[in-house]
Design a protein around this ligand. Structure first.
Ligand SMILES: C[S@@+](CC[C@H](N)C(=O)[O-])C[C@H]1O[C@@H](n2cnc3c(N)ncnc32)[C@H](O)[C@@H]1O
Length: 191
């Protein structure tokens, strides 16, 4: 893929995420994040990733999350002994929320608003642990280049955890009367 295509794709994607940011900073879910992180001992991870995180020695390890969105997962890593150090995302709208959550969590982590394909030279590297979670890889127009950059963010012997779902799951609604019947097309094109 040439550089012009890559930029066009990532910029369109950033505009879409920024446009949706405000809708996420209200309602019960947002209130639960604010309360949970303010009270401490809080994690938004489900059982599956929590069990995996418990198998990794994260005590005192610095962590970076690529595509951190509102920072809820980066901050949740503290419950597993890791030091949430850096969240990278290109949506300023969501990173404003991440800063808000970090403040109530009393976390020193920092957030970098940047396109992962175009990181500033000064981006902190040498992290012990990197996290990529649901809904990030599918936006990446060049996966090989993406992982070369992730490797640069990690210290030698650093570890990367990827937690993803298959997009076939987007066809199903777990709250539908029959959750086993597809509710949506696999090929839908609307946002
Ligand atoms: C689905 S969200 C991740 C949500 C996360 N799994 C969670 O539950 O909090 C995907 C994120 O990737 C970010 N993203 C997409 N393309 C990016 C790029 N090229 N550079 C940096 N961030 C990007 C988006 O802005 C968005 O916040």
């Amino acid at each position: 893929m040439d550089a012009v295509d890559l930029k066009t794709i990532t910029q369109a994607n950033r505009a879409a995420w920024d446009a949706s940011a405000q809708a996420h900073a209200q309602g019960d879910d947002w209130a639960k994040l604010l309360t949970g992180f303010a009270e401490g001992g809080f994690s938004t991870f489900d059982d599956c990733i929590s069990k995996t995180l418990q198998t990794i020695d994260l005590a005192g390890k610095t962590s970076v999350q690529i595509g951190c969105n509102n920072g809820r997962e980066l901050l949740s890593l503290a419950q597993f002994g890791a030091i949430p150090a850096l969240g990278i995302d290109q949506s300023a709208g969501f990173l404003a929320q991440a800063c808000q959550l970090a403040k109530v969590a009393n976390s020193d982590c920092t957030f970098l608003c940047a396109d992962i394909y175009d990181l500033p030279e000064t981006t902190p590297r040498n992290h012990d642990f990197a996290l990529i979670t649901i809904g990030v890889l599918n936006w990446m127009p060049d996966l090989a280049q993406f992982f070369r950059i992730v490797a640069v963010l990690l210290a030698p012997h650093g570890r990367l955890l990827i937690y993803e779902t298959h997009p076939v799951l987007d066809m199903y609604d777990p709250d539908a009367p029959n959750p086993y019947l597809p509710e949506r097309s696999y090929f839908q094109t609307a946002p």
